[in-house]
Ligand binder design. Structure first.
Ligand SMILES: NC(=O)c1ccc[n+]([C@@H]2O[C@H](COP(=O)([O-])OP(=O)(O)OC[C@H]3O[C@@H](n4cnc5c(N)ncnc54)[C@H](OP(=O)(O)O)[C@@H]3O)[C@@H](O)[C@H]2O)c1
Length: 345
């Protein structure tokens, strides 16, 4: 779509990224830009800009606006809020609802109301201002991230549903942008103008998703391995570790008194076999070296368990309290003990 000659509507067009959209639309020759704001008096004066009053959570007002502005062919769903709430914060449910109202239901209701207007004007484009937090989440941004993930899903759904009427839908993801929204965060940020430029380049070249900066590109690229790369302590990776076959390996070094070791060895294996959860025992004797020099170890004993959890539980039982002291008593040359993943080929 050519922005020159277009008529755009930008929600939250009074400041931040929304105002950057307004300026970039003007620079590219839009005929008219409706800059929507909750208080239209806060929209800076610009030639070709018409300030309109809109709270995107007021659905009746959204519908009325769609009737008032029949010439729109480019809708930028930019308005949004971030309340900085973790999922377990006391006010998380209220914050999540408020963010969903602005960041998800806002674009949903706007897109539904303006879809017929865009259709009547030849198809047009909807731009949805999303975030790298559509792809990942973070402490104290949990409820915001959920709203942006929902809006990302919505963008993809709208693209499918509106293709038939020739309306393109562009999702714009960015990391931290230098606006009031994140002014409290002491972190590197990109300028709002860069977001508007990248988004409108995509509109003009027919690209459906824009990853504006390196953080958003990395977040999207990590998606197929997010549980390993982004959320290493997630429930599923912990679960996987707990369920991977595990052995407790004993490497018994050459004992000071081999005879004493041999006389107690049978009992030691019997005690090992009583450990709760042990599946099988593999014990082996290291061959003596032909030249008579000391071998790297004397005996190897492996106790197999179904998983890491089962092995950890076994070592905390009364049976283990009998077994381990006996190991240390007999292994007079020392013993190395390791928990190990069993890698099966
Ligand atoms: N800054 C970032 O790091 C960043 C990164 C990725 C994505 N984003 C997204 O980019 C968009 C713009 O954010 P920003 O950084 O420019 O934030 P901002 O400086 O805080 O501006 C937010 C804008 O949204 C408007 N708004 C909020 N709730 C509204 C509602 N219910 N109805 C109508 N307008 C409403 C605000 O209007 P008022 O002036 O009336 O409050 C303001 O114009 C948001 O969707 C945000 O989630 C921001």
């Amino acid at each position: 779509m050519n922005i020159e000659g277009s008529v755009a509507l930008v929600t939250g067009g009074n400041r931040g990224i929304g105002l950057a959209f307004v300026d970039e639309l003007l620079a590219r020759g839009a005929t008219k830009v409706y800059a929507a704001a909750r208080d239209r008096g806060t929209v800076p004066d610009r030639d070709r800009v018409v300030a309109v009053e809109l709270d995107v959570t007021d659905h009746a007002r959204v519908q009325a606006l769609a009737e008032e502005l029949p010439d729109v062919d480019l809708l930028v769903n930019n308005a949004g809020i971030g309340l900085g709430s973790a999922a377990l914060d006391p006010n998380a449910v209220a914050a999540a609802r408020e963010e969903l109202e602005a960041n998800y239901f806002g674009p949903l209701v706007m897109s539904r109301a303006f879809a017929p207007v865009l259709k009547a004007n030849g198809g047009g484009v909807i731009v949805n201002m999303l975030s790298m937090l559509s792809f990942l989440t973070a402490d104290h941004l949990a409820t915001y991230a959920a709203s942006k993930a929902a809006a990302w899903s919505l963008s993809n759904a709208l693209r499918l549903e509106l293709a038939g009427q020739g309306t393109a839908v562009v999702g714009v993801h960015a990391g931290f942008v230098d606006t009031d929204l994140v002014s409290a965060l002491d972190i590197s940020k990109i300028p709002a103008a860069g977001v508007a430029v990248a988004a409108l380049d995509a509109v003009e070249s027919g690209v459906s998703e824009v990853l504006v900066d390196e953080p958003s590109r990395r977040a999207k690229a990590a998606l197929s391995r997010d549980q390993e790369l982004v959320f290493p302590n997630s429930v599923s990776s912990i679960q996987e570790t707990a369920e991977r076959p595990t052995k407790i390996a004993f490497i018994v070094d050459n004992p000071a008194d081999p005879d004493a070791f041999e006389s107690g060895y049978g009992d030691l294996l019997a005690l090992a076999s009583k450990l709760p959860g042990v599946q099988r025992i593999e014990a082996s004797r290291v061959w003596p070296k032909e030249d008579g020099s000391p071998t790297p170890a004397y005996r190897l004993v492996d106790l197999y368990f179904t998983g890491y959890d089962a092995a950890s539980e076994a070592v905390a039982t009364p049976e283990a309290a009998e077994f381990f002291p006996r190991v240390f008593e007999l292994a007079t040359g020392g013993v190395r003990i390791a928990f190990a993943d069993v890698e099966e080929s």
